[in-house]
Design a protein around this ligand. Sequence first.
Ligand SMILES: Nc1nc2c(c(=O)[nH]1)N[C@H]1C(S)=C(S)[C@@H](COP(=O)(O)O)O[C@H]1N2
Ligand SMILES: [Mo]
Length: 311
Amino acid sequence: MASYSFPQPLPGEITPKEHYLRRRTILSGAGLLAAGGVAKAAGLQTHAGPFGTSETPTSRDDITHYNNFYEFGLDKSDPARLSGDFHSRPWTLRIEGAVARPLTIDIDQLIAAHMPENRVYRMRCVEAWSMVIPWDGIPLADILRQVEPLGSAKFVAFRSVFRPDEMPGQRGGAGGISWPYVEGLRLDEAMNPLTLLAVGLYGDILPSQNGAPLRLVVPWKYGFKGIKSVTTLSLVETMPPTSWNQLAPDEYGFYANVNPEVDHPRWSQASERVIGSGGFFGEKRQPTRMFNGYGEQVAHLYTGMDLRKYY
Ligand SMILES: Nc1nc2c(c(=O)[nH]1)N[C@H]1C(S)=C(S)[C@@H](COP(=O)(O)O)O[C@H]1N2
Ligand SMILES: [Mo]
């Protein structure tokens, strides 16, 4: 496999370009560019949702500068630094497969049809760190109901975008992942009220490094299930392949439920590093909770399953 490398932008280029792209995204997102008018709103129109947490959200700066998004590189700082060429608008989402009403829809039409709601969720990466993230998103169940899954549909397969011209990590063998990144959920997991398609963060349009223009959020599972920059959902009959499972099946399962009792083969999952809690004595560690603390809402999905076998 080719060694992984990417071009480095000059430091002076980064900020102005990001600002420009970000501004353009917001304007077109609000449908204001064509009119040539004055921008009235920079944020998303959202409403309060039924789920939240009392924990203090991680800072916007940490959420947008400590990322895993291998399409832009392996380092946590790469997605923020190297996503300046990525265009998240216009964007078409396609929902197909075993559904009565397949759907092809522009992201901003989707947002207009389902006003995003605020969901503050804990996020636990399989690498044993965590954040608390104020997403704005659309419950996946609302969109799936609209396409009317057929009785034969048992899983949802998700696919990310493939744009090596805009995503430097896709031009090399970043981490050995074969592009595009793919993920999957059982249909009942996808329909659970906690499962969200996020389109915003802190009330603003989702930044590229967090998976613009829409990414999956499944808060009781390890972060890698939260596939970014999704283009296609396909309702299927059999368990779909998932990127991390294909790469290292002994380390990353299809289910990937947060579980402090089932260690990763190379490290413990009993506790987690809390990003942004760092003071003089370093970041705080806290115990990891079963299903990331969402057991009341999701434990019933796994009744009778051996969670050591189905990790
Ligand atoms: N397409 C794609 N989606 C992805 C990844 C990726 O590399 N590519 N990384 C995953 C991992 S490992 C994590 S922890 C989360 C990180 O999301 P965040 O950067 O918004 O916190 O995104 C997930 N979704
Ligand atoms: Mo992760």
